[in-house]
Design a protein around this ligand. Structure first.
Ligand code: TXA
Ligand code: MG
Length: 351
């Protein structure tokens, strides 16, 4: 067992990050320690991407399988050139359009990136976040920072500092509390190395927006529910693990509005009769089930994304046994939202 450390939480202004706090956090990163910090998507658990020992601590703290690679966060384009071997005009277009921002690009890696950072792969995932605290931390450290989401492996990603504390108290020295994250779901991950780039994880930037910039890209088969016979199915090793799961059981009901709502009412009644505590998550104002709580998901996709993980965590605080979610439309960010919900789900009912 590892020794518990005292976890310090420092509140920091996300518009104008305090220099003294940034220097404290950067010196921890430079000395091979771990710091949790906000990005515009979710909170990250950061360490020097070039230091294998520091990176091994991240895997250990999260309980993350060692073949699940990390995203390397950079503060400027000079940092990128040390991490990758070549760059194509198409990759440059993506960078110019979307960085800093919620999209991670996969490149062939250079020798200076340790294998442990990339889970043994010959590629490296890189992103330039647009949160000012994250950027200041990377720049002041003078190092690329590898950071997975700052949750325990399998739990919903943290969108505020108290989520990080819930999962990692006693395991990290410092959490920078920059408030609630802006986007709420993780970055889009796109492999730029094939002839047609492949989205491995839908996220903050939609397929439609990427295609407007560079033409055809595709979703990885597993995202479309297609099972591949090939062992290469796990292109993004993160795909094979259950994710985002609260302690409560998650059931998704998908279908036309009327039928889905009828089904949810019926299911809620049955679960209540069985003595379960039930929470409903829905973006519909008309659904009025007799549940222990009804969590309204939001009026638009941005709001739904922003609150999604906090809603899942809240159900656990309320000792809910079963969360019944009404599926939403798959357009744009809806696809990324449904991807997270499906990964969290124990059961999907189509009506
Ligand atoms: O928004 C985000 O991306 C957040 C913030 C902190 O930046 N980070 C994040 O990291 O979500 P993580 O570790 O929770 O998810 C990284 C995903 C995993 O699914 C991993 O398998 C995939 O990116 N990935 C990383 N490197 C890869 C590589 N070289 N090839 C394929 N997939 C890779
Ligand atoms: Mg994660």
């Amino acid at each position: 067992m590892n020794k518990r450390v005292k976890t310090e939480v420092l509140i920091i202004n996300s518009k104008k990050p305090d220099d003294v706090i940034i220097e404290r956090a950067s010196s921890l990163i430079r000395s091979g320690e771990i710091v949790a910090f906000p990005t515009e998507t979710v909170y990250g658990l950061g360490a020097n991407a070039l230091d294998p020992l520091a990176i091994s601590k991240i895997y250990q703290i999260k309980g993350r399988p060692s073949d699940n690679p990390l995203i390397v966060h950079i503060g400027d384009l000079n940092m990128l050139s040390g991490l990758i071997s070549t760059i194509s005009p198409r990759e440059m277009r993506m960078i110019k359009k979307f960085w800093p921002g919620p999209i991670t690009l996969i490149f062939k890696k250079s020798k200076s990136v340790p294998k442990i950072t990339t889970g043994g792969l010959g590629t490296v995932a890189v992103r330039m976040p647009r949160n000012k605290i994250a950027l200041a931390l990377i720049k002041r450290s003078g190092l690329p920072i590898a950071a997975p989401s700052a949750n325990l492996s399998g739990k919903p990603s943290p969108t505020n500092a108290s989520h990080v504390k819930e999962d990692l108290d006693g395991k990290v020295k410092l959490i920078l509390d920059g408030g609630r994250t802006e986007i709420g779901i993780e970055s889009t991950v796109i492999d730029m190395t094939p002839r047609i780039p492949v989205i491995l994880r839908p996220g903050g930037i939609s397929k439609e927006r990427i295609e407007d910039e560079i033409g055809e890209v595709r979703f990885h088969d597993t995202l479309l529910g297609i099972r591949s016979k090939s062992k290469k199915i796990n292109k993004s090793p993160g795909m094979k693990y259950r994710h985002y799961s609260p302690n409560a059981r998650v059931v998704i009901v998908e279908g036309s509005k009327t039928r889905a709502e009828e089904k949810i009412i019926e299911l809620t009644k049955k679960l209540k009769d069985d003595g379960k505590r039930v929470s409903i998550m829905t973006a519909s104002r008309s659904l009025k089930p007799n549940a222990d709580s009804v969590q309204f998901l939001g009026n638009n996709l941005d709001t739904i994304a922003r609150n999604l993980f906090a809603n899942l965590r809240k159900a656990d605080k309320d000792h809910i046994d079963v969360i019944v979610v009404q599926g939403i439309n798959y357009n744009n960010t809806g696809f990324a939202i449904m991807n997270r919900l499906k990964k969290a789900a124990d059961q999907i009912i189509k009506v």
